[in-house]
Design a protein around this ligand. Structure first.
Ligand code: APR
Length: 336
C-alpha cells in the first residue's frame, strides 16, 4: 500500500480510479484535483456564487467516502478545485483534459485547437505536480496520449523511470478481448501486446498473441485476425460512437490500475507501457508503447521483442507518427 495516490482530473475516468483505489485499498489516502465546475464570468453574480461553491472532486470524494463503511475501507479521500489535494502523493494518475465537443454555435474545434487547449491544461498539470509532489511517479492517461506524455516530460524532466503513459495496456486488453470472443475461449487464456503510438498506427503484434501459450494462428484464420487488428486500432472510436457522450472510461481506468498495482506491490510485471526510449528499438528520446517491467521504481526496464519484418516496419511507421506529433507539440508549446 502506498501512502498517497493523487488523481488529476475527476471526470469519468478519475471517478472510476478514485472508487477502485478505495475498494482495492491501494493507498492510505487519495487526493483528487479538478477545477470543475469553472466559474463562467458571463453568468449573473448569483450564478457565479453558486458555481464557486460547487466542486466535482470534493463531491465525488464525499460520495465515495460515504460508501466506505459499506465496503469496509478506511482510505481517506480529499478533493480540491486547485492542486492542493495531490500534495505529497507518491503516485499521480493524470486524466485532466477538455473533450472535443460542439461550441454554442454548433461548430467543433479543429484537432489543432483541441490540442492547444489540452497542452495548456497539461502545462497547469505539470505545474501542479511540480509544486505539490515533484518526486511522484506519474502515469498519464489523458489524450492525445503521446502529446501529453511528451509535454509532461518537457515541463518536468523527471527521471525516465518516473513518467509513463497508459495506452498499450488498454489497446492490448481490447485486442485480447476480441481474440477471446472470436476463439470462444476465456479472456484469461489470451495474451497479446500492442506496440507503438496510441492512434491509428498502433501495432497489434500478432507474433506475440498466444492462447494458452499456443500461437493465435492455430485458432483463428488470417482474415479474422486481420479484422480483429483493424478493430483494435479503431476500438476507442467504436465506444465513442456507441456511447454518444465522452469516451471509454472503465477499461482505461482498469488498465491504468493494473500499472498502478504493479508499482504499488513492486510486482515487476511486464505490461505494455508508453515509456521513454533511449536507444531501445532503435528509438532515442521519444515515448512509445513498448513492453516494460513495472515495479516500485516505476519503469524498471524496457523489454525488447523480436518482431517480424512486417511488424518492425509497422512499428517504425508508428514511431514516425509519434515523432510528427511531438514536433507539432514543440511548435505549439513555444506559442503558449
Ligand atoms: N487540471 C485538472 N483537471 C482538469 C483541468 C486541469 N487544468 N482541466 C480540465 N480538467 C478536468 C475536467 O474538469 C474533467 O473533469 O479533467 C476531467 C476530464 O474528465 P472527462 O472529461 O470526464 O474525461 P474522461 O472520460 O475522464 O477522460 C479523461 O483520458 O482517455 C482519456 O481521452 C480521454 O483525455 C481524456 C482523459
Amino acid at each position: 500500500m502506498l501512502n498517497k495516490i493523487g488523481l488529476i482530473g475527476g471526470g469519468y475516468i478519475g471517478g472510476v480510479l478514485a472508487q477502485e483505489i478505495a475498494r482495492r485499498g491501494l493507498s492510505r489516502e487519495v487526493g483528487l484535483s479538478d477545477p470543475a465546475p469553472i466559474v463562467n464570468p458571463e453568468d449573473p453574480p448569483e450564478r457565479q456564487d453558486v458555481t464557486k461553491k460547487q466542486s466535482v472532486s470534493i463531491g465525488k470524494c464525499l460520495d465515495i467516502s460515504e460508501g466506505l463503511p459499506t465496503i469496509r475501507s478506511d482510505v481517506r479521500l480529499v478533493g480540491s478545485k486547485d492542486y492542493s489535494a495531490i500534495a505529497g502523493s507518491d503516485l499521480i494518475i493524470n486524466t485532466a483534459g477538455i473533450p472535443r465537443k460542439a461550441r454554442p454555435d454548433g461548430t467543433y474545434p479543429s484537432r489543432e485547437e483541441l490540442l492547444a487547449v489540452n497542452l495548456k491544461v497539461t502545462n497547469q498539470v505539470a505545474e501542479g505536480i511540480r509544486q505539490n509532489c515533484p518526486d511522484a511517479i506519474i502515469i498519464s492517461i489523458a489524450n492525445p496520449l503521446d502529446a501529453i506524455v511528451y509535454t509532461l516530460d518537457k515541463r518536468l524532466n523527471p527521471p525516465k523511470n518516473k513518467l509513463m503513459g497508459m495506452a498499450g495496456q488498454l489497446d492490448s486488453g481490447r485486442y485480447c478481448y476480441f481474440v477471446a470472443d472470436a476463439a470462444k475461449v476465456s479472456v484469461e487464456n489470451v495474451n497479446a501486446i500492442v506496440l507503438g503510438g496510441h492512434g491509428d498506427t498502433m501495432v497489434p503484434v500478432r507474433s506475440s498473441c498466444m492462447i494458452a501459450g499456443i500461437p493465435v494462428s492455430k485458432f483463428l484464420d488470417e482474415e479474422i485476425l486481420s479484422a480483429i487488428e483493424t478493430r483494435t486500432r479503431k476500438a476507442g472510436g467504436e465506444v465513442v460512437g456507441l456511447l454518444g457522450f465522452g469516451s471509454a472510461f472503465v477499461s482505461p481506468a482498469w488498465a491504468a490500475l493494473d500499472m498502478a498495482e504493479a508499482i504499488v506491490y513492486d510486482k515487476r510485471k511486464i505490461l505494455p507501457t508508453c515509456a521513454k526510449l533511449e536507444g531501445e528499438y532503435g528509438v532515442d528520446g521519444l515515448f512509445v508503447g513498448v513492453p516494460a517491467i513495472l515495479g516500485k521504481n516505476g519503469v524498471e526496464q524496457v523489454v525488447e521483442l523480436d518482431l517480424t519484418d512486417e511488424e518492425k516496419e509497422a512499428f517504425k511507421h508508428s514511431v514516425g507518427a509519434v515523432r510528427k506529433t511531438c514536433d507539432e507539440v514543440d511548435e505549439m508549446l513555444e506559442k503558449l
